[in-house]
Write a protein that binds this ligand. Structure first.
Ligand SMILES: NC(=O)c1ccc[n+]([C@@H]2O[C@H](COP(=O)([O-])OP(=O)(O)OC[C@H]3O[C@@H](n4cnc5c(N)ncnc54)[C@H](OP(=O)(O)O)[C@@H]3O)[C@@H](O)[C@H]2O)c1
Length: 297
């Protein structure tokens, strides 16, 4: 089987490629935007790094030639001067779909987010909803995976938790009473491998979250406990944080915005967790946190 991966240098991409390189029957084209990103890709004879540009259809077609499946990982939550929701989440997906159609790809896999919705008031969720629609109406069988915050060694969300758990004292948005369902990034890779091995005939949307719903402040406290430490979790008023974020993101042309604050303080809720439908066993939050702590030491 041949697979093309976009955003292969992302944290999800790096984890997934480590997994795919152990599968003898899968050749991977790892699509990244520049040569510097090659350094972040696992090395293997079965992984071929390739430069792709989302405004250059030919480069995408070159990466997807003869691919059975395209795994589209490129996407952002935090905008920068050079990358916004319209370009990274929507236009890049449109370009990937167009190239996949031209290359007669048999299966698209797209990593979306719990809360993606074209009618959302939140610009990030709207952009992911638009991307989902581009995938769903591409005419290509597709698997859309809506995920919550991802935890694992190196993942941004987990690094933040480690830093706070280490600090002894920390302040989080609203005191961190919002509930998260962190998904172990290894479990996401397991799910993606299962999905590519049994592609659907139509379009399927899975909501795959971690096994436990836990207030953010308790995740920080639990991490500290597992490190043999204690941490006092205080509160940054959300309104104040949003005002600060609005000013600094306007000055910097990116970074944490009120939109991002709304995303990260949302309760992550799903109607049905897709672990059973996909056929995977989820890692407990405690085991995931132990992995993150061990990798950080
Ligand atoms: N991490 C999470 O907790 C989480 C939660 C839910 C959903 N997701 C989704 O899962 C996917 C992977 O997430 P991640 O956290 O692993 O990503 P990541 O590490 O933040 O990497 C982002 C990727 O997107 C690419 N990118 C940025 N701007 C782009 C643009 N304008 N056009 C095309 N590509 C662009 C980056 O390429 P460069 O390195 O070249 O900039 C990089 O490959 C994303 O679609 C994300 O929305 C992640």
């Amino acid at each position: 089987m041949k697979i093309a991966v976009t955003g292969a240098n992302s944290s999800v991409g790096q984890n997934l490629l480590e997994r795919l390189k152990t599968k003898g029957d899968i050749d991977v084209v790892a699509g990244v935007r520049n040569e510097k990103a090659f350094a972040f890709l696992p090395q293997s004879e079965s992984i071929k790094p390739q430069i792709i540009a989302y405004d250059d259809l030919k480069s995408l077609q070159a990466a997807m030639t003869d691919a059975d499946c395209v795994i589209h990982l490129a996407g952002i939550l935090i905008e920068t001067k050079h990358s916004n929701y319209a370009s990274a989440n929507v236009a890049a997906t449109a370009a990937v779909v167009e190239a996949a159609q031209m290359c007669d790809v048999k299966h698209l896999v797209f990593i979306s987010v719990v809360g993606a919705d074209t009618d959302s008031k939140n610009a990030y969720f709207r952009s992911k909803g638009s991307a989902e629609n581009l995938i769903a109406y591409s005419g290509i069988p597709a698997s859309i995976l809506r995920t919550p915050i991802l935890f694992g060694p190196g993942a941004a969300g987990a690094n933040a938790i480690l830093g706070m758990a280490n600090a002894g004292q920390t302040k989080v948005l609203g005191g961190g009473y919002y509930c998260m369902r962190p998904l172990d990034i290894d479990d996401l890779s397991t799910a993606i491998v299962k999905i590519i091995e049994s592609p659907p005939s139509g379009v399927i949307t899975h909501e795959l979250v971690g096994p436990e719903s836990t207030p953010y402040r308790e995740i920080i406290a639990k991490t500290a406990e597992l490190m043999g430490k204690t941490v006092e979790v205080g509160k940054v008023p959300i309104l104040l944080a949003k005002i600060g974020a609005a000013i600094s993101s306007t000055l910097k042309g990116g970074g944490i915005t009120p939109t991002v604050i709304d995303v990260i303080t949302m309760d992550e809720v799903v109607e049905t967790n897709a672990d059973a439908a996909i056929g995977i066993t989820l890692t407990s939050l405690e085991e995931t946190l132990k992995k993150v702590i061990n990798a950080g030491n």
